[in-house]
Design a protein around this ligand. Sequence first.
Ligand SMILES: *Cc1c(COP(=O)(O)O)cnc(C)c1O
Length: 455
Amino acid sequence: MSTKPKKFLLSEQELPAQWYNIVADMKNKPLPPLNPGTKQPLVAADLEPIFAKELCLQEVTQERYVDIPEEVREVYKIYRPTPLVRAYALEKALDTPAHIYFKNESVSPVGSHKLNSAIPQAYYNKMQGVKHITTETGAGQWGTALSFACKLFGLDLKVFMVKISYEQKPYRKSMMNAWGAEVIPSPSNQTNAGRKILSLHPNSSGSLGTAISEAIEAAVSTPDTKYTLGSVLNHVILHQTVIGLEAEKQMAMADEFPDVVIGCFGGGSNFSGIAFPFLRHKLTEGKALRVIAAEPASCPKLTRGQFQYDFGDEVGTTPLLPMYTLGHDFQPADIHAGGLRYHGAGTIVSQLNREKLIEAQDIPQLESFEAATVFARAEGIIPAPESAHAIASTIREAKKAKEEGVKKTILFNLSGHGLIDMSAYDLYYSGKLTNYSLPQEEIEKSVSKLEKLVP
Ligand SMILES: *Cc1c(COP(=O)(O)O)cnc(C)c1O
């Protein structure tokens, strides 16, 4: 038995007091988002009809550090700081010389990292006097996180939930109801955006893009109401850096600095959250570090998408964001990692990917479930199907270390647990899941419709 420490824990006093904004340390800043009407660079005020004012300011800030409000830190302490774990049993199962660590975000009461941004978003809205919040949710994690956060701050919440998840993951809906939110399957006939999609595709299983369109429309057409987003945007990524800031201190306790940092990739929030505080040392001190975004092979925006201005939603109501995209009307396959079924990547991540400061891997669905199973049988935690993509990349890197006979330190983010995703595991174990290979023509078809605003 190993007597070396397995868990690295911080005290509540060591909870970070500030979030980290990597834009301050980027030599080439991301291109500006554009107002879709004027095609001119967006200013914070353009976002204020949709989002709380403080979040609009955070969206465009160039400050390196942003203070975490004391009220937010107090709520974070319900589950933060989260453990950093050395995965000895996984290392043994893989017979690898690699040292594998994971940051365990699955310990949050809602089961994923999403609460890290839901809490400050609810807080800033409450401080501004907002009464009602709308949002969308894919697999249901963002909706559950925000339901709890809104309840804590006394806000009323309406969630547009992607229809396929509403049907496949009924317990996520039950959780949102438990925390007092109203849940509507999207596309719905409550909004113009939903009605339009239903008239074109009556059997649409929904997408995050459509649900975003519906939630924004519902927010701007209802008094005292704001919209919130659980990924992609700069302010969400800012909040999630609490993950990497803690992990940085914990890796130092383990007396290691990672050679590779890995996160699964939907819109980029948990990936950026774990990676940016480490990437800072590569940008500012030239430290050797690889950072890998693990995305599903069926929704491969970073590995196969195009860098172009595109909308964040399907109908085209959001600002135009410079990002790696598959096209805003791209319809991802119905894979079980619902939280990764999104057409684009955040603008900061996209700029970093363009400059090859980060890399991406696309993971087939079956490889992700195989990796999840190896991890669960070694470490005991059943990972979210999304997180399983990060585990698959970790296993690839650990096997490579074995082949090459080199010691390598790998850190990945366990973004959530899979205890409410067991129906997907059942399908996998009964041999009913398949890989989905995406034809290049399908990507080109949706990307070719984009206006070429990037020279
Ligand atoms: C939402 C979600 C993701 C994907 O979203 P990102 O913004 O890319 O992090 C990944 N893992 C889990 C558990 C999620 O809930």
